[in-house]
Each structure stands twice: as structure tokens, then as C-alpha cells.
Write a new protein. Structure first.
Length: 206
């Protein structure tokens, strides 16, 4: 089970999370997010070990802007959290890992994802809300039984110390990893290292 810690913002906190050796670290390049990395030094991410996938999170951003930020921060992956279609995702698939996020509720139709199947590296399934992630709310994981595509996925949306062990009940062959964000924070963008340590230990035993 891969671990992605998303919504990192502050230099010292980023270093502390890095020391835990997550598989992915996510940085949000969306100005309306409270976790927007507006003042992140462009050279700082150079020091993150190569085996940690540096992921930029975008919401309906222009392709040129994404390309520039991939180059500027040497990103290894992008997570597209808006209404980006398969054609847009295809622009980047030979450059970085592409994670396409979708908000899920009880009426979600997984067949709409078929167009992305040979394009994206992963899907990320979050709770459907009016905002683009970071809501701290879960969705009914039982709906994942309906997912039958060949693309591995990350589970997101309200994961916490109280429910993280319940992931084992999903038992889906395409479940690739978990995305930890708002329920592991002291404040937006500032991760609670002690909570993350507990979560990492639990996940490694799943």
C-alpha cells in the first residue's frame, strides 16, 4: 500500500514529513486552496529524495502553466483535480505520472472513466464536495466494488486515525495507495507528524 501525503506547504514541516519516507508528497498549485504553495522556494524540492514522487496538484489550470511548474519544481507526477478531460491528461502522460482525481458519491458512474483508461497512471477517488479536495469527509467505500477498470487508484477523502484500518475491508485489486491530508493537520498545510507516524505504522500492517 503506497502512502501519499498531500497539501504540504511549510519548509520545516515538509522536511519532517520527508523523514517519514512517504511514497508520494503532494504540493497544491491552486490559489483558492488554503494549502496553496505560493512561497515555496523553487530549489527546495531538489532535496527531496528521488524515491519520493513529487506531485503537483492542479485544478483546471492551463497546460502551459502546468508544464512550466513541472520544469520549475522538477515534478515527478501531477494530480488533476478539476474537470480535465482525457485529451488534456494525454498531454502529460509521457512527461510525468498523471493522477486524475474524481469526487465520488453514491451515484458516481465509473463508466465515465473509460476514456482515461490508457492515458492516466492512476485515479484518485475523493469525496464529492463543492470544494476540490481537503474536505475531511469520507464517502461510502462500498461503492468501490463497482470499479472494474484496469487503472490503479488512490483512496482519498477524510482518511483519519479513526478509520484508516477500515481500508482493509475494501479488498480491491486496483487499490494502490492512500492519500493523507486534512485529518492529519494542525492547520491547513501543517501536518501533524505524530498522527502521520501512527497512520504509517497502521498502513504498513494492512
Amino acid at each position: 500500500m503506497k502512502i501519499k501525503v498531500c497539501g504540504l506547504k511549510y519548509t520545516d514541516n515538509i522536511k519532517a514529513v520527508e523523514a517519514l519516507k512517504p511514497d508520494y508528497m503532494g504540493f497544491i498549485f491552486y490559489e483558492q486552496s488554503p494549502r496553496f504553495v505560493s512561497e515555496l522556494n523553487e530549489n527546495f524540492l531538489d532535496y527531496i529524495p528521488a524515491d519520493i514522487i513529487k506531485t503537483g496538484v492542479f485544478v483546471d489550470e492551463h497546460a502551459d502553466a502546468i508544464s512550466k511548474l513541472i520544469y520549475k519544481y522538477k515534478l515527478d507526477a501531477i494530480q488533476l483535480h478539476g474537470s480535465e478531460d482525457a485529451e488534456f491528461c494525454d498531454l502529460f502522460k509521457h512527461e510525468v505520472q498523471v493522477i486524475k482525481a474524481f469526487g465520488v458519491d453514491e451515484n458516481f458512474d465509473f463508466s465515465q472513466l473509460k476514456a482515461y483508461e490508457n492515458i492516466v497512471s492512476f485515479f484518485l477517488f475523493d469525496t464529492k464536495t463543492a470544494v476540490h479536495g481537503g474536505s475531511g469527509k469520507t464517502f461510502d467505500w462500498n461503492i468501490m466494488r463497482k470499479y472494474d477498470l484496469s487503472v490503479p487508484f488512490f483512496l482519498s477523502g477524510g482518511l483519519s486515525l479513526e478509520n484508516i484500518e477500515e481500508i482493509k475491508k475494501i479488498d480491491h485489486p486496483m487499490l494502490y495507495g492512500v492519500d493523507l491530508n486534512s485529518r492529519f493537520e494542525v492547520s491547513p498545510g501543517m501536518k501533524d507528524i505524530n498522527k502521520l507516524i501512527q497512520a504509517f505504522n497502521t498502513i504498513k500492517n494492512i
